[in-house]
Design a protein. Sequence first.
Length: 415
Amino acid sequence: MTFAMERLLEAGTLTDTTLASLIDAFENPLRRTLVGVFDFDPSDGHLLASSRPAIINEVPPLGEFIAEVRANPSITLMQPVPWGQRGALVVAKGHRNRAAQFDAIIIMVVTFERLLLEGVELAPDTAVLLRDSGNRVVMRSHMPQQLSVGQVMADEGVARTGPTATTQYVRSRIDGVDRLVSTRKIATGLTPDYWKLTVGNAVSGYRTSLWRSLYINVGAAAVVVVMLVGGMWLIRRERELHDRVLGFASTVSTIVENVPTPIAVLDHVTEKILLANEALLAVFGAVAGAGQSFPRLFVDAANWSEARKIRSEDAIPMLTLDGTRYMLVECARLELIGKAATSGPLLVMLVDVTHQQQLLKQLRAEADFDALTGLANRRYFERAAQIAVEHARQRHNPLSVLALDLDLFKRVNDT
């Protein structure tokens, strides 16, 4: 977008009409972007063109942005601000003419607060907060209404050590909710030079059941991956930010790889592994590395074909470094911006339930077989007899029953 505006400046065709037409040519959400171009000369400093009238009154504090770029024109300034009923990101930068002199300042207001989480279903009680290095709120989801975009939030609340080195239990000073949170710094290479992403879940919510905890992990991982996809979207549309966004994507990938639950990102067509975290490689070894076929990890590849289509709570046997283990398989489709809903990669999360499966098998054996002799008991006989009778009836075949009386078995039983 900035490249197209620079071409209008260099050609001398920059007007309100051409700028508005340029914005209308983009797809949503860029079509809602507000743009203004100002003269760089402080003595003049008038508005050259804008995509919508009254831009001076719509961007607070516009004068501060212009003054900061004039003071340091080589930077690209990014700062979150409240805008209407949602948040926005103000991007300001200077423009050099062909004589390598700064002649204009470009101001863009991008409403992206809801874009990063669009289509993402967060687990209940999950909150997401994105701040810049000045602790100004850039984006928030499921946070108290009194917390607005652009507000400085340096103190998250009363914190204590969490279950891992990268987590903390924090009691919020705003709503009083006790959350388990994880915070990561995302390098941007801009001014400010990093953002902070905080994902938290209410302790009262995630401790209610094992399944809810699993969904929270899936939701947190999905948020990180969606932010990675959002970074890739910015790469295609902002050539000037290309190298900086790659650094951001690398940081997000590191976060995914260090999630303690085995996670893999797959190509939906070839079913090959695009990204595998350390937890997955520790369980399966090199056969679960990038470029490997994911169905090879299953004892029966047909189980994977069913698992990716139908959500099931049945455990599936998989081939690990420790032999056959039973896993719960959770699949989610990652919808990429500008792509069909069925063409995005697959996010797969695994949970080892082998111990639970062994206990269940033991309970079934104790219910159907005599512990002393190992013979099937009456309950098992009745069930098998019903099946045999029904089979003979359907095929009009005779059915025989053989009864054996073991002499002196009472002596064995009494010992």
